[in-house]
Design a protein around this ligand. Structure first.
Ligand code: HEM
Length: 431
């Protein structure tokens, strides 16, 4: 457990490489299976998914105090009902209507980065991208500008992340530090709760404001049949916070790691710049351009292979099962790590290398590449995330060159998401 706490990526990689595609260990009174073969992963997430629950998993313990019973944390019938209600808002055709929200926010970011470029000031790319994806999500989900909500949605989200970000509790936690973080968490939760409920109430009363595209919230408000399965205010509060929390940090991290890898591989960055120049000729991309920017898309996919923003998925077995010839007792905790699976030497050529073209037209074995999970509980926001990341990357590539500050250390840190432990400090040059 000490190694899982201090160096989780090394620990789980060591398990898989030393003991094989199924391993078992004991941790804090739990029997834990780590699955590292796509067939076994498919069995748990899809084929026999009904036997595996999210209830009482580490994710559940971490997220429920904030998110309540939204899509990410609910299970069974309740989950199925919520997924049905939310699904229309996340269809590819629905998320494409937010392209201008995404590119407007990115242009505002580019303006700030150009100022930093002129002064040769390093940019905390990871933080700035988190601000960008938060703004995009709240504008498109809530139709609200969080910059206008006074003291800062962003700061509250940050306090919450600091609290739940401690994925595995420290061996010897500093009680004062824990108490402070807990206080910050409770204050932030109250703030987020109040704002979310206020926005929902005004949205219910006034409908879509400003003549912009219908927001995800509008779509969700309109998707229930009144009196049958419409979402209550508490359902909506849990859902909206779930979407904000699940959707912004993950997308920001995928972009952060993509920019880092492109800086390390200038020849790939050059190909991307050629693509955006050729396809866009200097104009702002729209959703209609997404299919014409395959190199941008593949760079993001490859970055999420090497640095999956969600690096661990867990489930608990409800009834007995057999996986790959091994008995699984009810209550067993099952873990799948994208970090390990995405580097499986049997399935990937040169797994440590950044090669976006591996996504060109290859048919990957099912459940080998899981940045968005798999089975019925696959990420509902995957189309939104890919559209957003591709548009943001295209605008950044056409506007600026970004390079890591010389000597800045880069090391992944596995918290709730996979973050750069020391941040990502980069210098921009205007193109
Ligand atoms: C690059 C960005 C993203 C990544 C890497 C990502 C990753 C994931 C993964 C791995 C899961 C499955 C977790 C599990 O099986 O335990 C998931 C679920 C989920 N994600 Fe995402 N996500 C991203 C973006 C988004 C966005 C933009 C939204 C919403 C706006 C979102 C909302 C959700 C929700 C609600 C679930 C739970 C779905 C369910 O259980 O039915 N995600 N995500």
């Amino acid at each position: 457990m000490r190694r899982m706490r201090t160096a989780p990526l090394e620990f789980i990689t060591g398990l898989a490489r030393t003991y094989g595609d199924i391993t078992r260990h004991q941790a804090d009174g739990d029997t834990v299976y780590l699955l590292n073969h796509p067939d076994h992963v498919r069995h748990v997430l899809k084929d026999n998914g009904a036997n595996y629950t999210k209830e009482n998993t580490p994710d559940d313990h971490m997220l429920r105090p904030l998110l309540g019973n939204g899509l990410l944390t609910s299970d069974g019938e309740e989950w199925a009902r919520q997924r049905r209600l939310c699904a229309p808002a996340f269809r590819p055709s629905a998320v494409r209507t937010f392209d201008a929200i995404i590119t407007d926010a990115t242009h505002a970011l580019v303006d700030r980065w150009r100022t930093a470029a002129a002064a040769s000031t390093p940019i905390a790319v990871d933080h700035q991208l988190t601000g960008l994806t938060l703004a995009v999500l709240t504008r498109s989900i809530l139709g609200a500008d969080t910059e206008g909500t006074g003291e800062g949605f962003g700061r509250a989200v940050d306090a919450v992340n600091r609290f739940i970000g401690h994925y595995v509790p420290a061996d010897d936690p500093d009680p004062q530090d824990t108490a402070l973080r807990r206080q910050g968490f409770l204050r932030a939760r109250m703030f987020l709760d109040g704002i979310t409920r206020m926005i929902i109430a005004s949205r219910r009363a006034g409908g879509s404001a400003g003549g912009g595209p219908a927001t995800l919230l509008d779509t969700m408000l309109g998707s229930g049949r009144p009196g049958v399965d419409a979402l209550s205010d508490t359902d909506l509060r849990d859902q909206v916070l779930t979407l904000v929390m699940a959707g912004h940090e993950t997308t920001a991290k995928s972009l952060t790691w993509t920019l880092y890898l492109l800086d390390r591989h200038p020849e790939e960055a050059e190909r991307l710049r050629d693509e955006v120049d050729r396809v866009l000729g200097g104009r702002t991309p729209t959703a209609a351009d997404l299919s014409r920017l395959p190199l941008c898309r593949r760079a993001i996919q490859e970055a999420m292979r090497l640095y999956p923003p969600v690096w661990l998925i867990s489930r608990r077995a409800v009834g007995p099962d057999t996986i790959g010839g091994y008995d699984v007792a009810p209550g067993t905790l099952i873990c799948v790590s994208q970090w390990v699976l995405h580097r499986h030497p049997e399935f990937w050529d040169a797994p440590e290398e950044f090669r976006p073209d591996r996504f060109a037209d290859a048919e990957l074995p099912s459940h080998l590449y899981l940045p968005f999970g798999g089975g019925d509980r696959i990420c509902i926001g995957q189309h939104f995330a890919m559209a957003e990341a591709t548009l943001v990357l295209a605008v950044l590539m056409q506007s600026l060159r970004l390079a890591l500050v010389p000597g800045h250390p880069v090391e992944p840190e596995a918290l709730v998401t996979l973050r750069p432990r020391h941040g990502m400090s980069m210098l921009a040059v205007t193109r």
